[in-house]
Design a binder for this molecule. Sequence first.
Ligand SMILES: NC(=O)C1=CN([C@@H]2O[C@H](COP(=O)(O)OP(=O)(O)OC[C@H]3O[C@@H](n4cnc5c(N)ncnc54)[C@H](OP(=O)(O)O)[C@@H]3O)[C@@H](O)[C@H]2O)C=CC1
Ligand SMILES: Nc1nc(=O)c2c([nH]1)NC[C@@H]1CN(c3ccc(C(=O)N[C@@H](CCC(=O)O)C(=O)O)cc3)C=[N+]21
Length: 287
Amino acid sequence: MLVLKGSEAAARIKKEVQEMVEGLGGHVPTAAIVRVGERPDDLSYERNVMKKIASFGMEARSFAFPESIREGEFQAEFQKINDDPSIDGILLFCPLPRHMNGRTFEELIRPEKDLDGISPVNRARIFAGEKDGFAPCTAEAVIEILKTYQIPMEGKRAVVVGRSMVVGRPLSMLFLKENATVTVCHTKTADLKAVCREADILVAAAGKAGMISGEFVKPGAVVADVGINVDENGALKGDVEWDGLEAAAAAAATPVPGGVGSVTTAVLCRHLAEAAMRKYGAEQAQN
Ligand SMILES: NC(=O)C1=CN([C@@H]2O[C@H](COP(=O)(O)OP(=O)(O)OC[C@H]3O[C@@H](n4cnc5c(N)ncnc54)[C@H](OP(=O)(O)O)[C@@H]3O)[C@@H](O)[C@H]2O)C=CC1
Ligand SMILES: Nc1nc(=O)c2c([nH]1)NC[C@@H]1CN(c3ccc(C(=O)N[C@@H](CCC(=O)O)C(=O)O)cc3)C=[N+]21
């Protein structure tokens, strides 16, 4: 079984990003990483993001706010970042604390700075299959890994387990854009195993460790594991039961860690470079 390593896709994206940055006439793309509270998940994701942006030769500025901050005060601070011309892109950690209305900030963030595709404008562009919208990085990372290994998607059955706004829904639209035939599963799907076994490409994005065992996989299928679960010993586990894949004669699969996650942060970097290019690249072209 072929292991679809995130590092290959990330390396290809890194080259693309460096070429884009070279065309910016010396401007260093700068991202604002905005976090409210100290959720451990967010802290580890933030570390991965900051490291990756720096390794791609760009700049990341962390804006951390206490969980207790009033919504109005945070909104004023967020607007400053949103309007700051030195900030090319923003990653806002969602969901925000319960006392805040997430939709307010989805509608506030400038679409051209919205690196993780949370704004309704970007969601509409992804829904319409337009290329200038920013999709949530994880959804795009799945497609990038499949493209890196030339996994055919056109005319293939893609089954996505999960329908969240961060992964399942946008990913279904991205598969559609690749002319795959898409099925989206969730907790109300009848006979989930049978539906998953129809997949040529099976994506696990349910957030349930080891939920997708070998019986969910048709021989020759390709499996992309988006899940990030921490087991009792603190080790990272995907949604896929890795050991069962060989017996199921899966053709290829992405590991956790070292698969989708490592490409998610690379895609975020590409969005940052694209945002900067749209702003400065255009100016460069005019000069
Ligand atoms: N690698 C990366 O970059 C990222 C990884 N992740 C990981 O991906 C996973 C999914 O994240 P996210 O989309 O935010 O999760 P959510 O919890 O928001 O969504 C989970 C989805 O899976 C569905 N689901 C859950 N259990 C089952 C089940 N037993 N059978 C069928 N469907 C099920 C839910 O269905 P329903 O809608 O009916 O409730 C829901 O649509 C998590 O492990 C998360 O850590 C997330 C973001 C980025
Ligand atoms: N709107 C939104 N967008 C997200 O993209 C999002 C989110 N919410 N909520 C939290 C999850 C988590 N997430 C990760 C991304 C990359 C790694 C990552 O780099 N993982 C590497 C390294 C793992 C390690 O060893 O630390 C790997 O899997 O190989 C981890 C976690 C994005 N998330």
